[in-house]
Ligand binder design. Structure first.
Ligand SMILES: [Zn+2]
Length: 272
């Protein structure tokens, strides 16, 4: 393994046609991929992908705020359909626990207040926080790191992680302000950087602020591509490594090694 994509959605329908080739490019570049589920049905689908490509794919089970997923689809913002079927939370948590040996992390989980309808409702926000707390308890119980998403909810996410005393957290695609980045660094959490860093000044600032020891690489494929309008894929973590090297004024090979070292510290990648 030379590179690691700690967060991607290669179960997306946008990979249906050519997943074999995408995986082959991972093999050529020696990229290991953590495929993250967002709900019970994607959690099952990613297990099939792991079984098909065990040399490349690891999985993390997630429960993304369902109301935010539904909004994404309604507004056409999510560019692929993720199932939004309602599910029983306790049942979903139990399924994850029963399948814990299959996963290297818990995620994608977190809070998403991106939509006004959610933002203005204390009830909906409260519900998201309740789910997030339960998922954190499970991650602690089964001893897995969290892959955390936050959108327009960055401070709430950090409050809850602190309240729960979470040590092993990967903060993915973090758009929060400087004071919150600093808070994450002080808590010892990791920040995973997507290839969209080529287009977003925010991530350059984040990479400057976060010590190299706390940086990881991700793609969030098919989203967050380095090139506007293109589908993202796991091999693009190479782009992120190159950008981090430029920003930190470090040698690319040195950054690559550091990222692998960091990842191994937070995620046990070798699972049966
Ligand atoms: Zn994601």
């Amino acid at each position: 393994m030379r590179y690691i994509d700690v967060h991607s959605h290669i179960e997306s329908v946008r990979f249906e046609e050519d997943l074999d080739e995408v995986i082959q490019r991972c093999r050529d570049n020696q990229v290991v991929v953590v495929n993250s589920g967002v709900n019970p049905s994607t959690n099952k689908r990613i297990l099939d992908i792991k079984k098909k490509y065990p040399d490349v794919v690891r999985v993390s089970f997630g429960l993304y705020p369902i109301d935010a997923l539904a909004k994404e689809i309604e507004t056409g913002e999510g560019d692929f359909i993720r199932d939004i079927e309602n599910f029983d939370l306790d049942e979903a948590l139990l399924w994850i626990e029963n399948n814990k040996d299959e996963c290297v992390a818990i995620g994608e989980v977190g809070l998403d207040y991106n939509y006004e309808e959610i933002r203005s409702s204390d009830e909906l926000k409260g519900k998201q926080r309740e789910v997030f707390r339960k998922v954190i308890d499970l991650a602690k119980k089964i001893d897995r790191p969290l892959i955390v998403h936050s959108r327009k909810a960055e401070a709430d996410v950090m409050d809850i992680l602190e309240e729960k005393g979470v040590k092993n957290a990967i903060i993915h695609c973090f758009m929060g302000k400087k004071s919150l980045i600093k808070r994450g660094v002080e808590n010892g959490w990791y920040f995973s950087v997507p290839p969209v860093i080529t287009r977003l000044e925010h991530f350059r600032m984040l990479v400057l602020m976060v010590p190299i020891e706390q940086l990881l690489t991700e793609t969030d494929s098919p989203y967050l591509s380095p090139v506007a309008g293109e589908r993202n894929e796991p091999s693009n973590v190479i782009v992120t490594v190159r950008e981090i090297a430029k920003i930190k004024g470090m040698d690319e090979e040195e950054v690559r090694k550091k990222i692998i070292e960091n990842t191994k510290r937070v995620i046990e990648l070798i699972v049966k």
